[in-house]
Design a binder for this molecule. Structure first.
Ligand code: ADP
Length: 956
């Protein structure tokens, strides 16, 4: 061994030892250290354990909180295994929300609660989620709650990996039922709104705040000619540029400005009128929409009101027209409600009463305008108005200035569309001026009435005063004629007589008219001999016309016979007037008085009288006026005396008896006055047609003894002069009392009694004579009175007088009266006077040729002729007067054979002659003459026809 090696070895052993020592030292150090560390570790471990324990404690606590946290959340949290889709965790909230316990759900498939209809959809959804690894989704669906109800769930599902690195679905589900309900309500509200707007008759467009169209309906498109399809998009579209529709407006520029204004101002504007270029009329609404003061857009609404506009225009025009008319017509209109409150006052009404319309409206019309008296009238009218009736009435109104104003109101109810009366309208016509006039007229009328009364009184008084001396004048004149006057005196007498006669008729006319006008004339119906009256008139006028080439004829219907009940006095006066006129105005030719039966009623017979003449006639334009008072129509140059009252009186008298009078006349062609009056027939055995033809008697009265009660000396002398002349014995009483006294002592055949006498009047004396037992209780008393008043006659009859003689009376009137009361022996029959009816026989040969023994046939022919054919001849009068020759010819042709059938062969010949005359232009005068002759003949043959007919009837 080498030293070095040993050395080296030693060295190495050394170093090893040293190292070992070192190591040992280190080890012991380490052991120390370790034991230290061990202690420390133990300490540490202790504290760790402590800490862990605390941590665990803490953890436990946090889990609790966590759980509490999860439980406190309203949302349901659950986990689903992606492998089998079952619930692996469900937060306990599920019980509160859906009513299920956690345990009930764990292990169940995730769609266990989902309403079956939605399960498929959900399955697909989650499958795609898993497939596509979409880690977060949201879904809504309905589920079934434990209690059977349904609720909507909105859930977020996340796809997560768990600690094992596996996929898991974690869902947070929330009950969104309430939200769903709200959503549903919102949707239906929106649908409703959209539907309403779409189907609205108005055009609607809704724009948002940026003017993009949100909604536009069909009507809008139609009105503006837009294509609806352009706007049927879900997304808002742009607004319609105004220039697209500008041309549709009547004034595009103005409209554009207006639309801009509206958009800027954002204020609601309703019912704005818009005129379109094509004449249509729109109404526009602009409604801005705000939410919490924030502008959200706006709505445009247009309505086509063209029809309404036109109707309104029309109404306005017609209202304007009527207002114009009303204003021009001076009619004031006022409308009030049922409480009389003024609803509307028209301009003219306001003017009428001095108020403005504003002052009137709302006021109570009755309180403001009516006087208390007028209020009652109006209240009565209101009652009528409430029955729905219209009336007119006159009332005074108060003008604003206090003056009274008379108005005529025509009021009618105003009804609403259900027919309920809601007020009334009155049309007022200002009558103030007329009222004033009426008052003046009434005053004038009163004055006139007073003066008329005075006049009547005056007339009545004067009648006595004038008639008495006139009576004497006429009477004395007649007496003077008998004193053998010289030729000169005779002429004077004629003048006196005619003047006095005229004066007499004048006064009679005036008095008659006065009586008629005072309504004091009454019809007195008594039996009288109608035919006799007519014949006596004929005689009077035949006598008067003796010196003139005028024939006076009476033609009497054969059926007029016997006594008729009627007012003889009136008929006499009427006929006297008409015949008197005919006499006055006829210089030559004929005057014919015709009477025929016109109509037979149950108890009455209407008799038509006709007075025709061939005189001067009446110009056709004046014919209508002849019946007016004081009218004289005589042609120029023709002067006659008259009052112009005759026909007026005649007309009144005819009408008083229910009759009618008419005239047919032509200048130069004569006149025909016709009137009909009703009479009752007194049926007696002597009333045979023959009786009418009976003779009249005149008689002498020499052996009569008469009492004349008369206070007036002149009259006494007049009457006594006449009585002496006729050889009548008489006694004069100067007053009523004397008359009564004389009557006790001496029996008279007749008493003539003046009415107006001193001591006792004629009435009083008559009453005394009639009531006290005396020799003359039964003696006839005839009143003499200067008054022609009919009421005096009535009075006379009432007190028991038998007759009435109006002064002044001509001698023959007095004689007639005397004869009437003379006894048989006193009145001697002195002769017969022909009836004036000339009768030719019928053509009996012809009749027997025609009818032989067939009396039935003959009777019917006669009956037809008398009842119907006869009146047809009347037509000739007019036809000839109007010179209608062709018609005359035709009528003559038609009627001629009827004449032959009833045996009037000669008249048939005349008809033939008439017919032949018509062949050439005939001479009017000749025709007239032939016709008059024919007519006269026909009338006079009527009694004969009547008799013949009766004969046939008897033989039947
Ligand atoms: P006066 O008393 O004047 O005759 P009337 O009333 O009797 O009044 O007649 C009125 C007028 O009618 C007469 O003035 C006359 O002009 C006319 N008149 C009446 N009757 C006839 C007639 N038969 N012929 C012609 N004119 C007549």
């Amino acid at each position: 061994m080498r030293v070095e090696e040993i050395y080296l070895l030693t060295q190495s052993v050394q170093r090893e030892r040293e190292a070992r020592l070192q190591a040992e030292k280190k080890l012991s150090q380490k052991i120390d250290e370790l034991s230290q560390t061990k202690e420390q570790f133990r300490l540490l471990n202790d504290s760790l354990t402590q800490q862990i324990a605390e941590k665990v404690q803490e953890l436990r606590r946090s889990d609790q909180e966590h759980r509490q946290l999860i439980e406190s959340v309203h949302d349901i949290i659950y986990k689903v295994s992606p492998i089998d889709g079952t619930f692996t965790y469900v937060s306990p909230v599920v019980e509160r929300t859906l009513g299920y316990m956690e345990e009930e759900l764990l292990g169940k498939p995730y769609n266990y609660l989902v309403i079956p209809d939605y399960r498929g959809m959900l399955h697909d959804f989650y499958m795609s989620m898993l497939r596509d690894k979409v880690d977060n989704t949201y879904q809504e669906f309905p589920v079934l709650c434990k209690d059977g109800s349904q609720c909507w769930i909105g859930q977020t599902v996340r796809l997560v990996t768990n600690e094992d690195g596996k996929w898991e679905l974690v869902a947070v589900a929330r009950n969104i039922t309430d939200q769903k309900e709200i959503e549903k309500a919102l949707v239906s509200a929106q649908i409703r709104l959209t539907t309403v707007i779409s189907s609205s008759v108005s055009a609607v467009m809704i724009e948002d705040e940026n003017h993009a169209i949100v909604l536009i309906n069909r009507m809008f498109c139609d009105l503006f000619g837009l294509n609806e399809l352009d706007f049927q998009q879900d997304v808002p579209i742009c607004s319609i540029p105004f220039r697209l529709v500008a041309h549709l407006f009547e004034e595009p520029e103005k409209e554009r400005k207006r639309v801009n204004d509206l958009l800027q101002n954002r204020r609601v504007v309703l019912g704005e009128e818009v005129c379109m270029a094509d004449g249509r009329q729109f109404e526009r609404d602009f409604i801005p929409v705000f939410r919490d003061d924030q502008y959200m857009g706006h709505l445009w609404r247009y309505t086509d009101v063209t029809e309404k506009y036109l109707a309104r225009e029309q109404l306005r025009k017609s209202e304007e027209k009527y207002r114009g008319i009303m204003n021009n017509m001076e009619l004031g209109l006022l409308e009030v409600d049922n409480n009389q409150t003024i609803v509307r006052a028209y301009e003219r009404f306001c003017q009428m009463l001095g108020y403005t319309s504003d002052e009137l409206i709302g006021q109570n019309a009755a309180e403001l305008l009516l006087t208390p008296a007028a209020r009652e009238v109006v209240a009565r009218q209101q009652v009528i108005r409430k029955q729905g009736l219209a009336t007119s009435y006159e009332i005074p109104l108060r003008h604003k200035n206090g003056q009274t104003l008379w108005v005529l109101i025509s009021g009618s109810p105003i009804m609403d569309e259900h027919g309920t009366i809601i007020g009334s309208i009155g049309i007022h016509y200002n009558l103030t001026e007329r009222k004033q006039l009426e008052i003046e007229v009434a005053q004038a009328h009163k004055l006139a009435e007073e003066s008329r009364q005075a006049e009547k009184q005056f007339l009545a008084n004067m009648s006595h005063e004038i008639r008495t001396p006139l009576n004497a004048i006429i009477g004395m004149t007649h007496l003077l004629y008998d004193t053998r006057p010289s030729q000169e005196q005779l002429e004077y007498l004629d003048i006196i007589r005619s003047s006095a006669d005229f004066l007499h008729s004048l006064i009679s006319d005036l008095l008659d008219m006065a009586k008629i006008e005072a309504g004091r004339v009454e019809v007195h119906r008594e039996p009288f001999d109608l035919a006799g009256l007519l014949r006596s008139l004929q005689k009077i006028f035949q006598m008067r016309l003796q010196k003139r080439p005028v024939v006076m004829d009476v033609m009497l219907d054969a059926r007029i016979s016997g006594k008729y009940i009627g007012d003889e006095l009136m008929l006499n006066q009427i006929l006297l007037n008409l015949l008197g006129n005919a006499e006055k105005f006829t210089e030559e030719g004929s005057i014919v008085l015709t009477a025929r039966v016109r109509k037979k009623e149950a108890t009455r017979t209407w008799i038509e009288f006709q007075v025709s003449d061939t005189g001067i006639g009446i110009p056709s334009d004046k014919v209508e006026r002849v019946f007016q008072k004081f009218r004289q129509i005589s042609p120029q140059g023709h002067k006659h005396k008259g009052t112009g009252l005759g026909l007026a009186i005649t007309k009144e008298l005819v009408e008083l008896q229910e009759g009618k009078i008419s005239v047919r006349s032509e200048e130069g062609e004569g006149s025909v006055f016709t009137f009909s009056l009703p009479y009752e027939l007194v049926m007696t055995e002597e009333n045979t047609p023959e009786e009418i033809l009976a003779n009249e008697t005149t008689g002498k009265v020499e052996n009569m003894t008469i009492l004349v009660a008369e206070d007036n000396l002149m009259n006494q002398r007049y009457v006594s002069g006449l009585l002496k002349k006729w050889g009548v014995t008489f006694t004069i009483a100067n007053d009523g009392q004397q008359a009564v006294d004389i009557c006790r002592k001496q029996k008279f055949d007749l008493i003539l009694m003046d009415i107006q006498m001193p001591v006792l009047t004629g009435y009083e004396a008559t009453i005394a004579i009639r009531s006290i037992d005396n020799l003359n209780q039964q003696t006839a008393i005839v009143a003499l009175t200067a008054s022609a008043m009919l009421d005096q006659k009535e009075m006379a009859i009432k007190v028991g007088m038998d007759g009435f003689l109006s002064k002044p009376f001509p001698p023959d009137k007095l004689l007639t009266v005397l004869k009437q009361y003379a006894t048989e022996e006193q009145a001697q029959v002195v002769g017969h006077v022909a009836s004036g009816v000339v009768t030719h026989p019928l053509d009996y040969d012809r009749l027997s040729e025609l009818y032989g023994d067939d009396t039935d046939y003959a009777a019917s022919m006669f009956e037809t002729f008398l009842e119907t054919v006869l009146t047809e001849f009347d037509a000739f009068d007019i036809l000839i007067q109007q010179q209608r020759w062709d018609d005359v010819r035709q009528l003559a042709h038609k009627l001629k054979p009827t004449l032959g059938m009833v045996g009037l062969s000669d008249l048939e010949a005349m008809m033939i002659q008439l017919e032949e005359m018509m062949q050439a232009e005939p001479d009017a005068n000749t025709v007239r003459h032939l016709w008059h002759t024919f007519r006269y003949d026909l009338m006079s043959r009527q009694p004969l026809l009547q008799t013949q007919w009766q004969n046939y009837l008897i033989r039947k």
